[in-house]
Structures are given as structure tokens and as C-alpha cells.
Design a protein around this ligand. Structure first.
Ligand code: SF4
Ligand code: SF4
Length: 230
């Protein structure tokens, strides 16, 4: 007899209601879109970022909105993404999605991956959820990454509470971000840089990827990239 793995699922209506604070006090999409040739905010441009949803989250979205469909891999005419590679990198408990685009966004039905962007939960090598780190691949495109001082404390708190709730339910989610954090340490080590961290204690820090020692820093002094250096 086989036993089906059926992990508990959060109530996504409730989870979304508790994770709806804007990341900063204005629409950051207006700050980054002018630097994207398509004119779309980078994180809402399927050629730049492919959103993912938890499998039970996809069940919830399908029942409530027609905003999303399963990502086919042909949505970006420029073919900048490699569908097979991206699917192989996607954890088993998640699905890649595409929405109808920023002109048709439904704020209440944004996936967790939209709400968390450009951040992910940073996990130390000793399995401690320390705070928010950013998706380093977007250093030259995302305005928020270049203005971490603008992230509101309400957003930071909601992010942390959301991921604490998800980690309590799904160990694989914690493991997947532990691996992602390890990749970030490897990348920053190769660059000989410390990585910026929005600590769960409310402070801003730089973390050494080799020792994981942290030092409190003024976020206005963090390195800036691409068009945001001027
Ligand atoms: S989170 Fe970053 S990429 Fe997304 S809209 Fe804001 S500035 Fe642009
Ligand atoms: S649902 Fe909205 S926030 Fe999410 S990718 Fe689409 S346009 Fe962007």
C-alpha cells in the first residue's frame, strides 16, 4: 500500500492578507521600468523573471482568478529564458507561472513570489532564518536592491512572519532557501564582497560569506549598481 504525501497547506486568502504591505512608500515599478527596454517593471516582465507558486497556492489561485496560467516557456518572444533549465531548477513543491502582465495585475492575487521579490529568506549555515537577502541576479535592474533603505519596517515584519509560518509547515521550503543562501555566499565569496542583509531585528548589516560574521551598516552606504550609481 502506498501512502500519499499530503502536507498541510496554509489558508492562502489569510496568508495574502497578512503579506500585502507595499515594499516601500511609492510604486517602485515606476523607478525601474524606465531602465527596461520593454518599459515594464523588471519583476513583472516574463522575459526577466518567471514567477513561481506553491502547488496548493496554484490551486487557490485557479479557483479565484484567471490572472495566471502555467508557464509554457514561449511567453517571452525574445527567448531569453531556457525553459528546460528553469524547470529543472524549480523545487518539486513549486510550479512556474505567468500572469497577464503588469497592465492586468490584480494586487489581491499576486503570488507570494511577487510579494517577496526581490527578497528571499536568508538561512545561515547553522540553519537560522536571519532576515531578508536579495536576488543578486537583479542587482543592476531592481531599484529596491539599490535603495534598501526604502524598504518599510512593516513590509520586513510581514515577510518574516509569512516565512516563519511557511517554514513551520514545509521543511522543504526551508531547505530550498538554505541552499539558495549557500549559493549566495558562494557568489559573494567569488566576488570578494560581503552581502547586504535586512536583519529580522530591524537593522541593516553586511555579512561576510566566509565567516557569516555580521556588521551593522548604514544602508545608504551600500554599493549601487548599473543605472542606479548616478
Ligand atoms: S521590486 Fe524591483 S524590479 Fe520589481 S518593480 Fe520594484 S524596483 Fe522594479
Ligand atoms: S501578478 Fe502582478 S506583481 Fe505578479 S508578476 Fe504579474 S504583474 Fe507583476
Amino acid at each position: 500500500m502506498s501512502i500519499l504525501y499530503n502536507p498541510p497547506s496554509p489558508d492562502f486568502a489569510d496568508l495574502y492578507a497578512r503579506f500585502d504591505a507595499p515594499i516601500c512608500d511609492f510604486d517602485c515599478g515606476k523607478a525601474c521600468a524606465p531602465f527596461n527596454p520593454t518599459g515594464k517593471p523588471f519583476c513583472c516582465d516574463i522575459c526577466q523573471a518567471v514567477p513561481a507558486a506553491f502547488r496548493p497556492e496554484w490551486d487557490f489561485l485557479q479557483k479565484n482568478t484567471a490572472l495566471w496560467h502555467i508557464w509554457r516557456g514561449d511567453e517571452c518572444a525574445a527567448e531569453t529564458t531556457k525553459p528546460e533549465e528553469l524547470r529543472a531548477e524549480t523545487p518539486e513543491h513549486m510550479l512556474l507561472l505567468a500572469c497577464q502582465g503588469p497592465l492586468h495585475c490584480q494586487r489581491d492575487y499576486r503570488a507570494v513570489s511577487c510579494r517577496q521579490f526581490p527578497f528571499f529568506p536568508y538561512i545561515t549555515s547553522r540553519d537560522r532564518f536571519l532576515g531578508l537577502a536579495y536576488e543578486w541576479e537583479f542587482e543592476t535592474s531592481c531599484w529596491v536592491i539599490n535603495h534598501l533603505e526604502a524598504v518599510t519596517s512593516l513590509y520586513r515584519r510581514q515577510f518574516i512572519q509569512t516565512y516563519e509560518a511557511l517554514f513551520a509547515l514545509w521543511e522543504e521550503e526551508f531547505d530550498s532557501y538554505a541552499l539558495h543562501s549557500e549559493d549566495m555566499r558562494a557568489y559573494f565569496s567569488s566576488q570578494n564582497r560581503r552581502l547586504p542583509l535586512l536583519h529580522r531585528n530591524g537593522g541593516y548589516y553586511l555579512l561576510s560569506p566566509a565567516t557569516e560574521r555580521i556588521e551593522r551598516c548604514d544602508p545608504l552606504k551600500f554599493k549601487r549598481f548599473g543605472p542606479y550609481t548616478e
